[in-house]
Design a protein around this ligand. Structure first.
Ligand code: UD1
Ligand code: MG
Length: 481
């Protein structure tokens, strides 16, 4: 996860690291490669966006699969894309540069797509796991089990599941502990359609074996496609052993429609809620908390109602996130308090025990320990020291219409309410800014910065004004009858 992982990686040591379940390598299989099929048309999404770029838990579907592949520690990953190859490549490279993208011009079936991937693996001698870009929940643990099954003497391992509604899934025809063949629903007999064991699409075999098997595929079937699944029957005819490993149906769920995407999102959120409750995070109203795939939260953190975690958020232990906060690509220190109704935008780092109150927006801002921005402020492109107090309505004027500028506020400074801090600007240690000031020049330490017009008190003038107003009003009322 390039953009967020690198940026915040140093926070993952210590307490947080213990809770960090994703992006951790489960195994390191240097003799394993992955092929991820993404060239399908995705027609049923009814979208201009390629299906694998639709987001689940804040990340494109393809990132979920790449994350699994990364955790496995595969030595090579080949992604097969279709007409949308440019868009798919860009998003895939956002996750990792260490992938090869191959094009399948015509969608002639899953077997044909694998044929397109194999030249990129021509010198590779290990095992290959075939995954689908639109099946996001397969875990590295399950793939690890497939690897174990293969090591125990299988040539091909197919990941299957017992479907509650087998529908259009390929049926796995078994004979004792071996698979004889996989039959696509369109081509299945009535008896075969009764089979409950279905093909998830995930297949593991040796690369050289895969290469020779896919060369033998034919398209004499109902769809006139080269089915990858036919490699099982061909392998059997060569006396190879093909095994079935079953996993839960929820894990093999594929996304074909927006309904399925919404269902998968719900599934993901429910699992995340369970996970965070298990590791010691209080969720005041779990069903209203929305997580991203990479959210990291330390123990004894309190999350109020309706909090949304966009990608890239890490929270240290004991923090309090009050209701209706929106957090994006930021780090919240231990025992900090945020919200309610705070918008913590990318690049924000909130120090330990700092306090960000209601209707405060921060962006690319480092807020020091024990500092407070309690109400109605915008703090962007700024860095504050420790124990800084930023009064209500303070705005860092960071943008001149062309460039962004930095505001630095040093330890112990006090910014009076409704101040505009026009960057670039440095407010030194323990200085005070008078409320309502427009500060355009640096303020030396221990100084008072005041920039507002002097107040005049015109004695008795209020009475005169009121008298005049009343007189005018009476005149108008008389004229109108
Ligand atoms: C496939 C399996 C079926 C299994 C089901 C599980 C085959 C022949 N059938 O059927 O046994 O039960 O998945 O979901 O493999 N793709 C390409 N190029 C193509 C065709 C497909 O890259 O020419 C990609 C798609 O983008 C998708 C994956 O392969 O990621 C599966 O294709 P799809 O058309 O959805 O296959 P199913 O009919 O669902
Ligand atoms: Mg499918």
């Amino acid at each position: 996860m390039k953009p967020y992982f690198i940026q915040f990686s140093f926070y993952y040591e210590g307490e947080l690291g213990k809770n960090r379940k994703i992006f951790r390598k489960v195994i390191n299989s240097m003799s394993l490669a992955a092929i991820v099929l993404c060239a399908g048309n995705g027609t049923r999404m009814n979208s201009n966006l390629p299906k694998v770029l639709h987001k689940l838990a804040g990340f494109p579907l393809i990132h979920h699969v790449m994350n699994t592949v990364q955790e496995l520690g595969v030595s090579k990953t080949v992604i097969v894309a279709g007409k949308d190859i440019d868009k798919v490549s860009k998003v895939a490279f956002d996750f990792s540069n260490d992938v090869i993208i191959e094009k399948q011009d015509k969608q002639l079936g899953t077997g044909h797509a694998v044929q397109k991937a194999l030249p990129a693996l021509k010198d590779f001698d290990g095992d290959v796991i075939i995954l689908y870009g639109d099946v996001p929940f397969i875990t590295p643990v399950t793939i690890n089990k497939m690897l174990t099954t293969k090591k125990q003497g299988s040539d091909i391992v197919v990941l299957g599941f017992e479907a509650s509604q087998a529908g259009a899934y390929g049926r796995v025809v078994t004979n004792s502990d071996k698979i004889e063949k996989i039959v696509e629903a369109k081509d299945a007999s009535d008896t075969e359609l009764q089979i409950k064991s279905c093909n998830s699409g995930v297949i593991l075999t040796n690369c050289k074996n895969l290469t020779q098997l896919v060369k033998l595929l034919k398209n004499n079937n109902a769809s006139k496609e080269y089915y990858l699944t036919d490699i099982v029957a061909i392998a059997n005819s060569q006396n190879q052993k093909c095994s079935l490993l079953l996993c839960s149906e929820a894990e093999t769920m594929g996304i074909n429609t927006r309904h399925e995407l919404a269902y998968a999102e719900n599934l993901f959120q429910n699992r995340s809620r369970e996970k965070f409750l298990d590791i010691g995070v209080t969720l005041a109203s779990p069903e209203t908390t929305i997580f991203s795939m990479d959210t990291v939260i330390g123990r004894d953190t309190f999350i109020g109602q309706n909090v949304v975690f966009e990608p890239g958020v890490t929270i240290e232990t004991g923090a309090i996130i009050k209701p209706f906060c929106h957090l994006e690509s930021c780090h919240i220190g231990s025992c900090a308090e945020i919200g309610p109704f705070a918008h913590i935008r990318p690049g924000t780092e909130i120090g330990n025990s700092a306090r960000i109150g209601n209707f405060v927006e921060t962006k690319n801002a480092k807020i020091g320990e024990f500092s407070k921005i309690n109400h109605l402020s915008y703090v962007g492109d700024a860095k504050t020291g420790q124990k800084v107090n930023i009064g209500a309505g303070t705005i860092t004027c960071n943008y001149d219409g062309l460039n962004k500028h930095i505001t630095i506020i040093e330890d112990g400074a006090f910014i009076g309410s409704n101040s505009s801090l026009v960057a670039p600007l440095k407010i030194e240690q323990n200085s005070i800014i008078a409320a309502g000031s427009v500060i355009t020049k640096d303020v030396p330490k221990n100084s008072l910065g005041i920039a507002r017009s002097d107040q005049k008190n015109l004695l008795g003038r209020a009475k005169e004004i009121m008298k005049k107003l009343k007189k005018n009003k009476a005149k108008t009322e008389k004229a109108n009858g």
